[in-house]
Every structure is written in structure tokens, then in C-alpha cells.
Design a binder for this molecule. Structure first.
Ligand SMILES: *[C@@H]1O[C@H](CO)[C@@H](O)[C@H](O)[C@H]1NC(C)=O
Ligand SMILES: *[C@@H]1O[C@H](CO)[C@@H](O)[C@H](O)[C@H]1NC(C)=O
Ligand SMILES: *[C@@H]1O[C@H](CO)[C@@H](O)[C@H](O)[C@H]1NC(C)=O
Ligand SMILES: *[C@@H]1O[C@H](CO)[C@@H](O)[C@H](O)[C@H]1NC(C)=O
Ligand SMILES: *[C@@H]1O[C@H](CO)[C@@H](O)[C@H](O)[C@H]1NC(C)=O
Length: 308
């Protein structure tokens, strides 16, 4: 090998190993111009991307457009909201798809710390990544999806795009902001549960207690159990609700262990099972799992726990 060959080889090595910075990558990728523009208003954030290992979930142009529309148009979206939105899509560690697609899924700490969206004792809020459905228990691996606030299910449409200082995954929907329990229940269309909380005036507890878990029976579940919350006594409703709530522990599906009991605020524990590709609470199936709330997590149940 002569010195020219060495020189050429080293040039090739340098040019291919030098990743481009985020701005350059966004500029040269179709469908990410809105995000590129948005980030240009946050030079500090761009600098932090360049200087530390980061993962960016990059909403596509369509995703950002529908977000803005959902807010009632551009004039309804403040800089503060946009900053929080970016924070929710930014992860202060480097995560490539192999670390996101394992069985059971993975809870990811983002940088969303605004108290309005994160009431977890000072911790930033999370998104849930899973290629095995919303509870991470499906038998067959499917596409990688990101679960956030109520209704937020984003597909990764392009993964592991490298940039200087990190890695980017393009998503087709923005992550929905985590909401307190009352808004989560309302937006999830859980009307009977909503009525039940209303009747016993428990909103304060469920909305403001940090590190909260809510097992949320669907309307059909109340109906199937023959429970009419308008005719039950308030004591009965209070006990019923307390039996579906855990405080001091955020029961993401990744944290809940098969066969283990968890103390509810009623003082009576529930038992968790993971089997047949599903997650069970006292043998009641979780239909939709890992709905991120500002103060914890909600799982929608197919039934009402066991009652007395
Ligand atoms: C990214 O690279 C471009 C072109 O090399 C440069 O103009 C820009 O300042 C860089 N941005 C950052 C945040 O380093
Ligand atoms: C947009 O802002 C207006 C005025 O503040 C408000 O009345 C309206 O409800 C907002 N739209 C949405 C979708 O939030
Ligand atoms: C909530 O959980 C976080 C993370 O586990 C912990 O650091 C914090 O102390 C907890 N806060 C409360 C009030 O339980
Ligand atoms: C994500 O992909 C699923 C199919 O795997 C599809 O039903 C859903 O509409 C997609 N989400 C969006 C926001 O396009
Ligand atoms: C749950 O189901 C298992 C198996 O069918 C049964 O042994 C157990 O008693 C059930 N537990 C409850 C709390 O219903």
C-alpha cells in the first residue's frame, strides 16, 4: 500500500464517519421542513443536541400540521406550547431501534418537565415504546409505536437516522401531551367512570396526587357488571373507585410484575397477571394500556375489578 492509497482511504474514512448536524439532516430529508423551521427558533436546543447524546422523535410535516389544526390554528399555539412539544419529543439518551423493540416495550424518560404535564415528583414525563401493542404483551412483534397522552399512538416511519450528537426517528403523529386523570378519562370517552368520579367528587385526589395509577373500566365494563352509578350509594362508588387506584407508584406495564399484588388506595390489593399475550388486573383484561397522564398512567379495563 503506498502513501497515496493510505491518504485516499483516510479521506474516505473521514468523510463517511463524519455525521452531519441535525439542521443539515433535517434540510436534506423530505417531509421534515416544519420541524426544521421550528427548531431554528430554539438555538439553545440545537446546541444541546450537538453536545450530548440525544434521541429526537421527529414529527413529520403532516403530523405538525394536524397538531396545529387540532389547537385551532397557528394563532392558538404559543411558543411555550411549542417548547413543551419539542421537549416531549426529545430524550436525553441515545436510543436506537434495537433498544426500543424488545418484548414488553420500554418506558422512555423524555425532557418534558413543565409541571402542567409532569406531576411525578420532579421527574420528566415519559412515552412508551412498543412493537408488541399498548401493553407490550402481544405474541407477535408488530411495527414500533410510541404511546403518549390519551389517543396518542405514533408510528415510526423512518428509524435510526444518525446526526452529529444523536439519532432521530421520524413519527407520523405528534406525541399527545399527558393530561390529568379527569381530562384523560373524558378524552378517552369513559363516560360512566367520569360520572362515577363526579358523583363522589374525587377529582382533586386523582388529578393532583403525583405518581398515580388508574385502572379505568370502560362503559361496556360497567354495563356488563350491571353497575348503574346513578343508583349506587356514594359509599359503594367511592370504594369501587378506590379499588381501581394506586398512589405512590406509577404502574406502567413494564413496572407491573406477573403474579404480584399491588395495594390500591382502598387498602385491598389487586393482582397482576401477564399471560396469553395480555395483561390482567384481577383477571380483568387491559384493553388499552399505558395511557400517559400528567401524574401517572391509566389502563383501560374490559371489566370492573372484583366487587363486594
Ligand atoms: C450545522 O452545519 C451547518 C453547515 O455546516 C452550519 O452552518 C451550522 O451552523 C451547523 N449548526 C449547528 C447547530 O452546529
Ligand atoms: C383557539 O383560540 C380561541 C381564542 O382564544 C378559542 O376560543 C378556541 O377555543 C381555540 N381553539 C381551540 C381548538 O382550542
Ligand atoms: C414519584 O416517582 C419518582 C420516580 O420514581 C420519584 O423520584 C419521586 O420521589 C416520587 N414522588 C412522589 C411524590 O411519590
Ligand atoms: C399507524 O399505523 C397503523 C397501522 O399499523 C394505522 O392504522 C394508523 O392509522 C397509523 N397511524 C397514523 C397516525 O397514521
Ligand atoms: C384468576 O384466574 C385464575 C385462573 O383462571 C384463577 O385461578 C384465579 O382464582 C382468578 N383470580 C381472581 C382474583 O379471580
Amino acid at each position: 500500500m503506498n502513501c497515496w492509497t493510505l491518504l485516499l482511504l483516510s479521506l474516505v474514512f473521514i468523510s463517511t464517519s463524519h455525521a452531519r448536524n441535525l439542521t443539515e439532516v433535517l434540510s436534506s430529508t423530505a417531509g421534515l421542513s416544519r420541524l426544521n423551521l421550528l427548531l431554528s427558533f430554539y438555538p439553545g436546543l440545537l446546541d444541546s443536541f450537538a453536545s450530548s447524546e440525544t434521541t429526537l422523535f421527529a414529527p413529520s410535516d403532516e403530523a405538525l400540521d394536524s397538531f396545529v389544526l387540532s389547537q385551532g390554528g397557528p394563532s392558538n399555539v404559543s411558543m411555550e406550547t411549542l417548547g413543551n412539544l419539542l421537549a416531549y419529543h426529545t430524550v436525553p439518551t441515545r436510543l436506537t431501534t434495537p433498544s426500543l423493540t424488545g418484548t414488553g416495550g420500554r418506558i422512555i424518560d423524555t425532557t418534558l418537565e413543565a409541571p402542567e404535564f409532569s406531576n411525578l415528583g420532579g421527574k420528566a414525563n415519559v412515552v412508551y415504546a412498543s412493537a408488541f401493542g399498548s401493553i407490550g404483551q402481544e405474541n407477535e412483534q408488530g411495527p414500533l409505536m410510541l404511546y403518549s397522552g390519551v389517543g396518542g399512538v405514533a408510528n415510526v416511519t423512518s428509524a435510526d437516522v444518525e446526526f452529529d450528537g444523536g439519532v432521530m426517528h421520524v413519527v407520523d403523529q405528534v406525541f399527545n401531551f399527558p393530561r390529568p386523570c379527569s381530562q384523560t378519562v373524558q378524552l378517552a370517552g369513559l363516560n360512566t367512570l367520569m360520572d362515577a368520579f363526579q358523583r363522589v367528587n374525587m377529582w382533586d385526589t386523582v388529578n393532583t396526587t403525583p405518581n398515580f395509577t388508574c385502572f379505568a373500566p370502560s362503559d361496556a365494563a360497567f354495563q356488563a357488571a350491571g353497575l348503574d352509578v346513578q343508583s349506587l350509594s356514594t359509599d359503594r362508588i367511592t370504594n369501587l373507585l378506590k379499588y381501581h387506584l394506586i398512589e405512590g407508584e406509577v404502574g406502567y406495564s413494564t413496572a407491573l410484575e406477573d403474579g404480584k399484588q399491588y395495594q390500591t388506595i382502598l387498602g385491598v390489593p389487586v393482582t397482576i397477571h401477564k399471560r396469553d399475550g395480555k395483561l390482567f388486573v384481577n383477571n380483568v383484561t387491559v384493553n388499552v394500556g399505558n395511557i400517559v397522564m400528567s401524574n401517572g398512567v391509566a389502563h383501560v379495563l374490559d371489566g370492573v375489578g372484583v366487587l363486594f
